[in-house]
Design a protein around this ligand. Structure first.
Ligand SMILES: *[C@@H]1O[C@H](CO)[C@@H](O)[C@H](O)[C@H]1NC(C)=O
Ligand SMILES: *[C@@H]1O[C@H](CO)[C@@H](O)[C@H](O)[C@H]1NC(C)=O
Ligand SMILES: *[C@@H]1O[C@H](CO)[C@@H](O)[C@H](O)[C@H]1NC(C)=O
Ligand SMILES: *[C@@H]1O[C@H](CO)[C@@H](O)[C@H](O)[C@H]1NC(C)=O
Ligand SMILES: *[C@@H]1O[C@H](CO)[C@@H](O)[C@H](O)[C@H]1NC(C)=O
Ligand SMILES: *[C@@H]1O[C@H](CO)[C@@H](O)[C@H](O)[C@H]1NC(C)=O
Ligand SMILES: *[C@@H]1O[C@H](CO)[C@@H](O)[C@H](O)[C@H]1NC(C)=O
Length: 872
């Protein structure tokens, strides 16, 4: 059988009735709930014959090209939407997305109109498939104007009408229309109904009836059987809301005409052969429009010839009756409407519709997944030909880059969007793909932090974020997943993730950092991220290539290795608060300082971790670099760059026994340079990091010197971050070294950057005086604070008395006064009176420069800048 419904025959007839159509315009309102698209139209307009507003494709589909039918045939049909079309030369499946106002679980009439019209000049009608959402609807193949129409219960907020290229020509479409219907006019639970014929019987004019006559905009085509008698009436059809027939909203115009058979003994018969195996449903519409003499009543039986359906109907004058057949099937189908012998009146029929039941066997992808992936598509502006329609179904049209599981419902389990030009952050929509096992976002330009909630994707096995510009750190929850062996994570090539940033090596880190890590939480995420990386290396959970990349930065060591590189802990070079420091030699010959954590000290354990975490992520030329880490069962070690000249304290306290001991004394110039180095390191912690890092234990013993006597700050074990509004951090566990502790901090437990400035001031005074921060009083008995000793002397103006005697007067007096002034300002009793370290740094550099002018020793000086390469 043919599935075409040609309107050609009716088109000219309709022109003749233009006048009445214009009258309709007057009563027209907006088309409620209608979606009407004139595919390929250059602009929107109102179709005057029916007063229906047609939109362009915009907003319904992105792909395709607007085309016009051949100019030779363009006036064949009166409908404006017949004249242009949208064709889809690229992509296998191209889908219109309709989002009706009434949402899902509503019955809609959906009509797709096609007219090839030789638009491409090839005179070759294409053949392609039409899908409604994930299910096959029809195969389109006709040179004639025709439409496909269904009544369809939407399963989701969006309805997709897809044109599928089956390799037999370029798909196209002329118009697409959607009309909401009352929910219960089609039998429920049967799939969708596909219209084959819809007839207004007995109409003498040939023009079809549709909107506004039909509020649902069904198109009723006129049909008459020459062997039957035409009946019509001008009386109003008696339709009350309470009638069963009311909900079908059949236009009175349609019902006022009918046909009947010649006599009561001959039936009205419909017979057709069906090559399709689908089941048919027929809607019969009856109204008695003949005024019968009293006592007479038309009564007839509607039946299918092989008795799959049978129903008897009695009519009352002007009262419509609707009979919907049960589904019937067969190769040759016949329906008969036969008068019962009681009636004596021939059977009548006013209108009829023939449908087949469409198969909804394909289950769409879970709605959450569909929504999530569509949001992802929209947010990253992903333009892939295949990314239309349902992401998983039908399986042969699964979106490129996705893999799905085909349970009920299908789910997205793999998302591969590597090298897809994705920019911006990792959007939260990924988190809604709850069955996702594999997420590959490698080699894009993704920025921002890694969302911790990714760890909540319980099925996620592989997370590949390598080759992006992600910042911050690996969230702890993800780190834990890696540790638990439930996730493989690849993060290589995210430079700023590994450098971890709270402190990037930039000239103006403050500006760069503000959007990066703005909270204390963010900071700690960074800390844990660093640890996570260590674990990643240790557990060998990331592929060989990424491991190599990481190893070049921060190595993990087995306890055996640590033992080997230290020559079985042969040479102690220091002792910190939590354990001994040994000299070691890496395989490449680099000397290192290996700090072992003594197992006894619990406090030490915490400090060890804190230091490890900080040092792993904070890199600056004036901060001691961490080269490696050992966390092997109970042995923990930190492996630092070796600082050949030990700590500053040793050098300030050299004993002057022999004349050559004078050579060991740090010159004033070296001291100034050290002061600048330390100020730079501190400035970086305070102002280069967001939130700022407070050292909390700055002292000469924590300032290490390399072979060139350049200083680096060590021992971040007590450092803490703070970021509260007033830039203060209330410590519950004050730590630090007596003599360097901010007096305000000591009394109020209130620690901020200014506490470090205070400690720095004490360091300056030690550089000036060569004394300890806490010194013996002259009589050798009581200990006294360095300030107690020197402030009265400074106030007396006697600078020489406080200067380190080891300098033997070799210093510039102006520069010395300058440094004393700076140290005094740093050690003001109230934090608010002290300058910021960056101000201190500026002033120190000035004194250094002025010193350099007068001293040949300093001419080759280069200041360490914050962007100096790291010692590796
Ligand atoms: C859809 O609507 C029908 C009534 O129109 C209702 O019985 C059914 O529960 C609804 N289904 C869903 C999934 O909302
Ligand atoms: C009704 O029937 C009469 C006679 O058969 C015909 O002339 C007239 O055009 C019909 N009216 C309609 C609306 O079909
Ligand atoms: C009824 O009409 C049919 C033709 O439709 C005819 O063959 C038959 O003779 C008629 N019967 C009577 C009783 O008029
Ligand atoms: C349908 O009817 C035609 C004749 O009208 C017959 O040739 C054909 O075999 C029938 N098909 C079936 C499936 O009964
Ligand atoms: C009507 O009566 C005739 C005989 O008079 C019989 O053959 C026919 O089956 C009857 N029709 C119905 C629908 O009962
Ligand atoms: C990414 O962008 C570049 C340049 O804009 C373009 O050449 C390339 O095709 C794009 N790749 C993808 C997968 O969109
Ligand atoms: C992650 O992606 C990169 C680049 O696409 C690839 O080289 C690497 O093998 C991937 N890693 C994993 C674990 O899949």
């Amino acid at each position: 059988m043919t599935m075409e419904r040609s309107l050609a025959a009716f088109s000219f007839a309709l022109l003749a009735s233009l006048a009445s159509a214009v009258v309709l315009l007057v009563q027209a309102q907006q088309n409620p709930g209608f979606i009407s698209i004139d595919c390929g139209a250059p602009n929107q307009y109102t179709e005057e014959y029916y007063n229906i507003a047609y939109a362009t494709d915009e907003g319904f589909i992105d792909s395709g090209e607007n085309m016009q039918v051949s100019s030779e045939v363009i006036y064949t049909y009166y409908q404006q939407y017949s004249k242009n079309l949208r064709s889809f030369p690229t992509g296998t499946r191209n889908c219109y997305t309709l989002r009706p106002d009434r949402g899902k679980n509503v019955t809609y009439l959906i009509r797709a109109t096609f007219w090839y019209g030789n638009y491409d000049g090839k005179n070759q009608t294409p053949t392609f498939d039409l899908y409604i959402d994930v299910n096959y609807w029809a195969t389109v193949s006709s040179p004639n104007y025709f439409y496909e129409e269904i009544t369809y219960v939407s399963q989701a907020d969006d309805i997709q009408v897809c044109l599928v290229n089956t390799g037999n020509g370029v798909p196209f479409i002329s118009a697409l229309e959607l009309r909401p219907l009352d929910d219960d006019i089609s039998p429920s639970g049967l799939g969708f109904l596909q219209l084959h014929w819809r007839y207004d019987i007995g109409l003498s004019s040939k023009s079809p009836k549709r909107y506004l006559d039909d509020v649902y905009d069904r198109i009723w085509e006129a049909t008459n059987n020459n062997l039957w008698i035409i009946l019509n009436t001008t009386s109003a059809i008696d339709l009350s809301v309470n009638d069963d027939a009311y909900k079908y909203k059949i236009p009175g115009e349609v019902l006022r005409t009918a046909q009947r058979s010649m006599n009561a003994s001959s039936p009205l018969k419909f017979a057709w052969s069906s090559i399709i195996t689908k089941k048919w449903i027929v809607y019969f519409y009856f109204v008695e429009i003949e005024r019968l003499t009293s006592g007479q009543q038309r009564e007839f039986t509607i039946s299918n010839d092989d008795n799959q359906f049978r129903e008897t109907v009695s009519l009352e004058y002007l009262k419509p009756v609707v009979v919907v057949s049960t589904p019937v099937n067969g190769g040759n189908i016949t329906f008969s409407i036969e008068s019962t012998n009681k009636s004596g009146k021939p059977p009548i029929l006013n209108a009829v519709e023939f449908y087949t039941i469409g198969d909804l066997s394909n289950v769409p992808t879970a709605q959450d997944d569909v929504k999530a992936i569509n949001d992802i598509k929209a947010m990253y502006h992903i333009k892939r030909e295949s990314w239309q329609g349902d992401p998983c179904v039908p399986s042969k049209y699964t979106w490129d880059g996705l893999t799905c599981s085909y349970g009920n419902p299908p789910r997205i389990i793999l998302v591969k969007l590597s090298s897809s030009n994705l920019t911006g952050e990792i959007v939260s929509s990924f988190l809604l793909l709850s069955t996702m096992e594999y997420l590959d976002l490698s080699n894009n330009q993704l920025t921002g932090a890694i969302p911790e909630t990714l760890a909540e994707l319980q099925n996620l096995r592989i997370l590949n974020l390598s080759g992006n510009n992600l910042i911050g750190s690996v969230p702890e929850a993800l780190k834990k997943r890696v540790l638990d062996n439930t996730l493989i994570m690849s993060l290589i090539g995210n430079a700023n993730l590994y450098q971890a940033n709270p402190c990037p090596q930039k000239k103006k880190p403050k500006k760069i950092l503000i959007p990066v890590v703005t909270s204390i939480l963010g900071f700690f995420l960074v800390l844990f991220g660093a640890l996570a990386i260590i674990w990643l290396i240790k557990r060998k959970r990331i592929p060989e290539s990424s491991e190599r990349t990481l190893r070049s930065k921060n190595r993990s060591f087995k306890y055996g290795e640590v033992s080997r590189i230290t020559g079985n802990f042969g040479r102690v070079i220091g002792e910190g608060g939590f354990g001994k420091v040994y000299l070691g030699t890496l395989d490449n010959g680099t000397l290192v300082a290996v700090k072992m954590l003594s197992e006894s000290s619990k406090q030490g354990y915490k400090e060890f971790h804190a230091e490890a975490q900080l040092l792993m992520i904070v890199h600056h030329g004036n901060l001691v670099s961490l080269l490696g880490y050992c966390d092997d069962s109970r042995h923990m070690a930190l492996i630092y760059e070796y600082m050949a000249n030990g700590n500053l304290r040793q050098h300030l306290l050299v004993k002057m026994h022999l004349p050559e001991d004078h050579l060991k004394v740090l010159t004033w110039n070296k001291r100034l340079r050290i002061a600048v180095d330390v100020a730079q390191g501190l400035d970086y912690l305070h102002n280069g990091c967001k939130p700022p890092i407070i050292h909390r234990d700055l002292k000469t013993a924590n300032i290490l010197l390399n072979e060139d006597f350049r200083a680096k700050i060590a021992d971040f074990g007590l450092s803490r971050a703070f970021a509260s509004e007033n830039h203060s951090y209330v410590s519950t566990c004050p730590a630090g070294t007596p003599g360097y502790l901010d007096p305000e901090f000591q009394s109020f437990g209130n620690l901020n950057k200014k506490s470090d400035v205070y400690s720095f001031g004490i360091v300056l005074f030690e550089l000036i005086t060569g004394q300890r921060a806490t010194m013996r009083s002259q009589d050798g008995g009581l200990s006294m604070h360095i300030l107690q000793w020197l402030i009265p002397i400074i106030e007396s103006g006697d600078l020489q008395r406080i200067m380190d005697p080891r300098l033997q007067g070799e210093f510039d007096i102006n520069s010395a006064w300058k440094v004393v002034e700076i140290a005094m300002s740093c050690t003001k009793p109230m934090a608010i009176q002290r300058p910021d370290i960056n101000q201190v740094l500026i002033e120190l550099k000035e004194s250094l420069v002025s010193e350099a002018r007068g001293s040949p020793e300093m001419t080759s000086l280069e200041l360490h800048s914050g962007s100096a390469p790291l010692a590796r």
